[in-house]
Write a protein of this length. Sequence first.
Length: 400
Amino acid sequence: MLTPPSGPTTPGAFASSSSAAAGTLPTPELVPVDEQVTGLAIWAVVFAGGIGSRFWPLSTPTRPKPLLALVTGRTLLEDTVGRLQPLIPPERVLVVTSADIAPAIRTAIHDVPDANVLVEPRPLGTAAALAWAAQEIARRAGPNTAFVALHCDLAIGFPGVFRDMIHRAAAVAHRERAIVAIGVTPTRADPHFGYLRTGALLDADAPLDRGGSAIVDGFEEKPDAARAAELIAQDARWHSGAFVADAQTALAQLARYTPEIASGLDQLAHGDVDGWVARLGDSVSIERGLLERVERLLVVSGDVAWDDIGTWASLRRARDLDDDGNGALGRVSFVDSENNIVHAEGGTVVLYGVERLLVVTLPGLTFVTTLDRANDLKPLLDALPGSVRIHPGVTVQREG
């Protein structure tokens, strides 16, 4: 079980620790947050679109990835909204989702007002989704309102520290009128993440590990393993998938650097969402369409025990494991077995003398593969009959 760093977690209040208590991480003395902006009413934009086919057979159109309980007993979306509180209450959370899964999303998050669920008329890409949400925040709370944008499939081991980082990033974004990425200190050369190349500190007396901020010299999305190792040696940080800006700055930067969505932003500002969508160009992500292009990007960084829940194999990093490296949800027993992941919703699973397997059980279906093959399920899904792919676990009657 992860134990958060010692010290308070309320915004603006920090403590130093010269030695860590047993089972905790040492907390460096952090620079204070600008007192003029400690009362910022921060909003959140949560991206929760897509079925999430990498988590088949759990993820289906009726139970998409945001509504899967993959790390804790709560769904990914519930975890995301919950860890933002009390800094950002549910009434200040916007959830952007796709039309095909919107009914399931609305049913699952009771605390978020129905009007805060923004349903894309068609898949827009995260850059366009960001523009819509930023415009909505500007309309409801004013153009200078700060918000954090994040995906709902992040694992955060230390949510209190994460909230502190959001608050600190909001203060920097407010002062600098810039986008501030939330970085994470890398623990391995992982080619599946984005990397922030850190440059000059904004304050020479406030390094990143003490709550300071820095200029980002460049953003590199998913470099190969060799390049990732080079970036880590140069003190690059993982991009956590979260960043902070005020609504006005986000919209101005999108208008300048993201031509795929810039046409029609005036229509969006006047509430004509359908007219704006009709003028959109190619779908583009925030990472490709904005963070790689923007002239001035800043970063704050910290240790929040972060991971991206992108594949079944990533759950070995995000879930609590036993002494042999096995992770399980449901009724599971491991005997002489190591480094396995089991998600059991149908009966009891017993693993004996095996390693690095993924086992998923549902009523009516059992799925077994290796963790290595679980990273790419597309060949499997392409080969399966549609009835099994779309409705796993449902018994289909054969004709005749």
